[in-house]
Design a protein around this ligand. Structure first.
Ligand code: CP
Ligand code: NVA
Length: 306
C-alpha cells in the first residue's frame, strides 16, 4: 500500500476510510497466509506504560516479516532520565526503520513525529489507541462480513479506547453509541470530530443510559474503569460505574447475535462479568489475536513492503 509508506499513525483519523478498508483486507490476506512479505527492517518499541498484547503482537508481527525489534525500555535508556524527546527522536531516526511508542501525552507523539522522519505509531496514549481499533474492526468484519452499518455500543469510561472507537467507527460508517457516567464522557473535541466524520452516513449517540445504548446493538464493547495512570482512582470509581457493568442482563437488551469485545486486560466483576467474558458471545480472544494481524498489515504498509 504505497500511499501509507513513510506515514505516521498518531490517531485513527490519520487514516482515511479507504485506507482502513485496505488495511483490513491486507490483514485478512496476511492472516490467511495468501501473502507473506519479507523485510530486514528494525522496529523500536518505546513503552512508558505496561503492555502485554501490543508489545508481543508487534514483536511477533515483525519477526514473522523477517525483521527485528529493539525494546527501548525507558528505565534503561536515557529518555527515562529526561533526555529531551526532540533529541531522542532525531537519534532513533538514524538507527531504526519504524518506531511504536506507548506514552501518556499525545503531544509527546507529535513531537516524536515532528523530529523523526521514520513512521511513528501510537501504541496507546491517554487520548487514543488506534492500533487496538484496527484489530477491533478486523474482528467485527470477520464476524459480520463488513463493518458498515453495524451498531457498536461502548459502555464504561469515555477513555482512549472509546475515543478511537468513536472516530474509527464514524470513518467506517458504523453507528457508535457511548454510555458513560455524567462526568466521564469522551473528550468533547473527539466527539465533535466523530460527529463531523459520521455526517449523515452513521449515528453517534452519547448517553448516560447503558440500556438505551446497547438496545439492538450488534457489538458491545467495554474497557477498564480506571486506565493506566488512574490506578489511584480505581476504588472510588467502582460504585459510580457499577450500572455500566457489561453483564448478562445488559446483554439481553442487545441484538440476540451480538458479540462482546474488550481490549483487555479485563477486571472480571467490574466492567465485565466472568459469565459474559467467558460466554459464547465473547470474541475477546479472536480480538486479541487480531492485534497481530492488523499491526502486521500496518507495518507492511508503513514500511512499503507490499
Ligand atoms: N489491549 C492492549 O493494548 O493490551 P496491552 O496493554 O496488554 O498492550
Ligand atoms: N484504557 C486502557 C486500555 C488498556 C489497553 C488504558 O489506557 O489503560
Amino acid at each position: 500500500m504505497e500511499q501509507l509508506q513513510g506515514r505516521d499513525l498518531l490517531g485513527i483519523a490519520d487514516l482515511s476510510s479507504e485506507e482502513i478498508k485496505n488495511l483490513l483486507e491486507l490483514a485478512q490476506q496476511l492472516k490467511s497466509g495468501k501473502l507473506a512479505p519479507k523485510c530486514q527492517k528494525i522496529l523500536g518499541l518505546l513503552f512508558y506504560k505496561a503492555s502485554t498484547r501490543t508489545r508481543v503482537s508487534f514483536t511477533v508481527a515483525m519477526y514473522q516479516l523477517g525483521g527485528q525489534v529493539i525494546d527501548l525500555n525507558p528505565s534503561v535508556t536515557q529518555v527515562g532520565r529526561g533526555e529531551p524527546i526532540e533529541d531522542t527522536a532525531r537519534v532513533l531516526d538514524r538507527y531504526l526503520d519504524i518506531l511504536a511508542i506507548r506514552t501518556f501525552a499525545q503531544k509527546d507523539l507529535e513531537i516524536f513525529a515532528q523530529y523523526a522522519q521514520i513512521p511513528i505509531i501510537n501504541a496507546l496514549s491517554d487520548l487514543e489507541h488506534p492500533c487496538q481499533i484496527l484489530a477491533d474492526l478486523l474482528t467485527i468484519k470477520e464476524c459480520f462480513g463488513s463493518v458498515e452499518g453495524i451498531t457498536l455500543s461502548y459502555v464504561g469510561d469515555g477513555n482512549n479506547v472509546a475515543h478511537s472507537l468513536l472516530i474509527g467507527g464514524a470513518l467506517m460508517g458504523m453507528n457508535v453509541h457511548i454510555a458513560t457516567p455524567a462526568n466521564h464522557q469522551p473528550d468533547s473535541q473527539i466527539l465533535q470530530q466523530a460527529q463531523e466524520l459520521a455526517q449523515n452516513s452513521s449515528k453517534i449517540v452519547v448517553t448516560q443510559d447503558p440500556i438505551a445504548a446497547v438496545t439492538e446493538a450488534q457489538v458491545i464493547y467495554t474497557d477498564v474503569w480506571a486506565s493506566m495512570g488512574q490506578e489511584n482512582l480505581a476504588d472510588q470509581r467502582i460504585p459510580l460505574f457499577q450500572p455500566y457493568q457489561v453483564n448478562q442482563e445488559l446483554l439481553s437488551h442487545a441484538d440476540s447475535e451480538a458479540i462482546v469485545l474488550h481490549c483487555l486486560p479485563a477486571h472480571r466483576g467490574e466492567e465485565i462479568t466472568e459469565e459474559v467474558i467467558e460466554g459464547k458471545q465473547s470474541k475477546v480472544w479472536d480480538q486479541a489475536e487480531n492485534r497481530m494481524h492488523a499491526q502486521k498489515a500496518l507495518l507492511v504498509s508503513l514500511l512499503g513492503l507490499s
